[in-house]
Ligand binder design. Structure first.
Ligand code: KG4
Ligand code: ZN
Length: 800
């Protein structure tokens, strides 16, 4: 039918292992012609070297950036951070080049590397998974290339991997390769394996990536899977396991010890939210079975018993989530991961809460966990005559793929429906769930009229800023006059809440999932600002990104994306200090704010007083010697079972409480310096809670919250006033998440009002992490010509 398509020029990258694999080649349906490679071992320096290596490889191939038709990324499995650096960079490259992004398995690339080295026969790839585990993959390698003898990537204990292959009668024929052999070669030898591929070929190579992709035909539309569509939003790491926090939670929730299992999650009423999702725990089956009986009474489905739910919950690879409203379970969904498939075992929502999208959200959660465990598709059974349910599933992407006659009793067939992962959930740029781009990729900008073109030109230079230091993936664009033309924040807070704090691994994963959607939305909102569909990279003058301080694994994702984008679109890069961003956020409230002034930075990670002598010239007057203020709020809230984050809940409670009800210590109030200490306060609040509970006295939450807050605020205000007096400034500012606290804001205004000092507090949305504040700093650095090189890496301990 269709003729063979012309060769494409593809740039391939993989940083899942110690090897920085990079190559550019021509690919057509017959195969691959490698034009240049930049493979080299770069242990832990991939983020520094990758973008430069890409530029170098293109140059040596005699190619310009614009010659690249598509980018290809190794999706792992491998080092989580390493995989994320490669994929985030590749996403940035694809966005900057406005071209498709494809993904390929790193294990396949290693198998193809063995093929290139002339190895034929059975090949076992043993990739290092750290913690005495490996990602094994067995291939039959013929002249035409490797063929997988396994369905899906998995992680296994090394002895189990050795054992599994040793049991094969042909195990002495297996050629072993992969970076796992650096640690485990002896274990394989002891089990009788004797054929080892030359050590120089144990890592993936750029050529191996290109060949693996050519064999799968992804770049030529040979795969119908959405993940192979070229949409960079859908190219995600292959992890094969959940984060440790989630894995441990799954084990804990499955334990048959109801009394010791606390219900996790925010207190809904206090958080002012009325629907929450969390994994099912052993306390739930009673309520879930009751709901099951109610929901399925009129149907032909035999309701599951409480016992069945309890037993199933404890099974490894079984995933259960519930939706609850103020503790009352209103829906649940469960699934089993089998190979590359997530099989939905059950989903139900109470009658009175239908049509709120609860079932869709539950299914999104269970299939998401399944996807992280390696699944690519999901299947379910539905009654053939239940058209309402079928319509719901169809919206999520499930299509009928079979029928089981009489499955629900004589005359009641089941339809089998299957969907690709991720499910098609309502596209929301503010929640970092994996989903396809909002528009078909690559995005084609609409034709611009002269008025639009001149408006954009008049607003130059436009700087894009990126923030990913904690649990918010945010981007914003600032114009030449310093006005924010778009600002988008996707927070992963819902995914951390039940753990009582930000889980770094989850934050890092969510950043990778959110990047492309947030980028697209930021460019589109800026386009709308100028009266067109979207901006394109050529409209930008520079890319700014938070360099630190923050969580290193989270920072590197934003930085890798920023560098890929900057490298691909030939834009200068600007590194921004996150704390400087919090300081600059005050300009949103007081545009004529000018140094010198004193600022207090109070967030989940920082508590400091800063003397801003000039923009860019900061003297840190003092910091906390232990916990940060936000951390104290979060820990107290956790101790009270109020969920995460604690700040907003505690401040809402405090509004109704008596701040003098309980006396808590004001540590270092009169220490004569600007140091803070909050761990003593936290401890005395927790001691108070324990004592009252032991004595059987009910705790007055509003009084406790108000008294705790008062202790915090008194110290903050006293030290800030001292700093303002001693430095003789006439302006005082705040920044950071805790600056959103209304009582703290009021206390500053009262105190400084009496002193004749002007107080600036940023708008609430600019207190918590966002990219608009990063854009303000980036713009200033742009004007000063302070650029970073494309070797810039995260600096998690950066200080002002
Ligand atoms: O700046 P931020 O968004 O993230 C970093 O830590 O960098 O700050 C988050 C912190 C959390 O600890 C949260 O509990 C606290 O800010 N927070 C508040 C309030 N809103 C957020 N603390 C007190 N009162 C609030 N209203
Ligand atoms: Zn912050």
């Amino acid at each position: 039918m269709s003729e063979a398509k012309a060769a494409k020029t593809i740039l391939a990258v993989d940083t899942s292992t110690d090897m920085l694999a990079c190559a550019v080649g021509h690919m057509d349906e017959q195969g691959v012609e490698v034009l240049a490679t930049g493979d080299h071992l770069c242990r832990r320096h991939a983020n520094e070297e990758l973008v430069d290596t890409c530029a170098n490889v293109l140059e040596r191939a005699g190619l310009a950036r614009g010659d690249v038709d598509a980018v290809l990324a190794g999706r792992g499995p491998g080092s989580f951070t390493g995989v994320r650096i490669g994929i985030a960079t590749a996403k940035g490259l694809a966005c900057g080049l406005e071209c498709p992004l494809y993904g390929t398995s790193t294990l396949d690339a290693v198998a193809w590397t063995a093929w290139s080295a002339g190895v034929r026969g059975l090949v076992g790839v043993v990739a290092d998974a750290m913690r005495r585990e490996v990602y094994p993959g067995l291939y039959q390698v013929g002249e035409a290339g490797p063929v997988r003898l396994f369905e899906v990537e998995s992680v296994v204990k090394t002895p189990a991997a050795v054992e599994a292959w040793a049991q094969r009668t042909d195990h002495d024929q297996i050629w072993l390769t992969g970076d796992g052999l650096k640690k485990y070669r002896a274990q394989f030898e002891a089990a009788g394996f004797s054929r080892f591929v030359d050590e120089g070929a144990w890592h993936p190579t750029g050529e191996g990536l290109l060949r693996a992709a050519a064999a799968s035909g992804v770049a030529f539309g040979k795969s119908d899977a959405a993940v192979d569509s070229g949409d960079p939003a859908l190219v995600l790491p292959v992890y094969t396991r959940l984060s440790d926090a989630e894995e441990n939670e799954a084990k804990r929730l499955g334990l048959a010890e109801p009394a010791t299992v606390a219900t996790t999650g925010c207190d809904d009423a206090l958080a002012d939210r009325h629907l929450q999702l969390r994994p099912m725990n052993v306390n739930d089956p009673v309520a879930v079975a009751a709901l099951e009986a109610e929901v399925f009474a009129p149907s032909n489905h035999t309701p599951w018993s409480e016992r069945l739910f309890s037993d199933d919950l404890a099974e490894p690879g079984h995933i259960w989530w519930v939706a609850h409203d103020e503790g009352t379970i209103v829906g649940y969904a469960g699934a089993v991961v089998a190979g590359s498939e997530v099989q939905i075992s059950n989903v139900a929502v109470v009658e009175s809460r239908r049509r709120e999208g609860i079932a869709a959200r539950l299914l999104a959660r269970v299939t998401y966990d399944g996807q992280m465990l390696g699944a690519a598709t999901s299947v379910l059974e539905v009654e053939a005559d239940n058209s309402a349910a079928q319509a719901l599933y169809a919206k999520l992407g499930y299509v009928e793929c079979g029928r089981r006659p009489n499955y629900y009793g004589q005359g009641h067939d089941a339809l089998i429906m299957q969907a690709e992962l991720p499910l098609v959930t309502p596209s929301r740029h503010d929640t970092p769930d994996p989903h396809a781009s909002l528009r078909p990729w690559p995005i084609v900008a609409e034709k611009r009229g002269d008025d639009v073109a001149s408006a954009i030109a008049a607003a130059a230079p436009l700087v894009l800023a990126i923030e990913s230091s904690c649990d918010e993936t945010a981007m914003a664009i600032i114009d030449g006059l310093g006005a924010i033309v778009s600002s988008v924040v996707a927070t992963s807070i819902d995914f951390h809440a039940r753990f009582g704090g930000v889980v770094p691994e989850i934050a890092s994963r969510k950043h990778v999932e959110a990047l492309v959607g947030v980028y697209e939305e930021t460019m589109a909102q800026a386009g709308a600002h100028f009266g067109t569909g979207t901006l394109v990279p050529a409209d930008l003058a520079a890319v700014g990104v938070t360099q630190g301080p923050g969580l290193v694994g989270a920072l590197v994702v934003g930085i890798a994306f920023a560098k890929g984008l900057a490298g691909a679109a030939d834009l200068p890069l600007i590194g921004v200090d996150h704390l400087e961003g919090h300081l600059f956020a005050n300009l949103f409230e007081t545009p004529d704010l000018r140094p010198p002034f004193v600022a207090s930075l109070v967030s989940g990670g920082h508590t400091m007083l800063v003397h801003v002598r000039d923009w860019g010239s900061y003297e840190v007057l003092g910091e906390t010697i232990d916990d940060a203020v936000g951390e104290a709020f979060d820990k107290v809230a956790k101790a009270l079972g109020l969920g995460y984050p604690g700040g907003p809940v505690i401040s809402r409670l405090a509004e109704k409480g008596n701040r003098k009800a309980i006396h808590f210590p004001r540590a270092m109030m009169h220490s004569g310096d600007y140091s803070f200490s909050l761990s003593g306060l936290k401890t005395s609040v927790i001691t108070y809670i324990n004592n009252e509970s032991r004595a059987g006295r009910p705790i007055n939450l509003p009084d406790l919250a108000a008294s705790f807050e008062a202790a915090v605020i008194d110290v903050q205000v006293a030290k800030a006033a001292e700093a303002v007096e001693r430095t003789g400034v006439s302006d005082f500012c705040v920044g950071g998440g805790v600056a959103a606290n209304p009582q703290l804001r009021e206390a500053y205004k009262r105190k400084f009002g009496r002193m004749g000092v002007r107080v600036t507090v940023p708008p609430l949305t600019a207190c918590t992490d966002n990219a608009a504040m990063i854009a303000l700093v980036a713009k200033r650095k742009y004007d000063l010509g302070e650029f970073a090189t494309l070797r810039m890496d995260a600096d998690p301990n950066m200080s002002l």
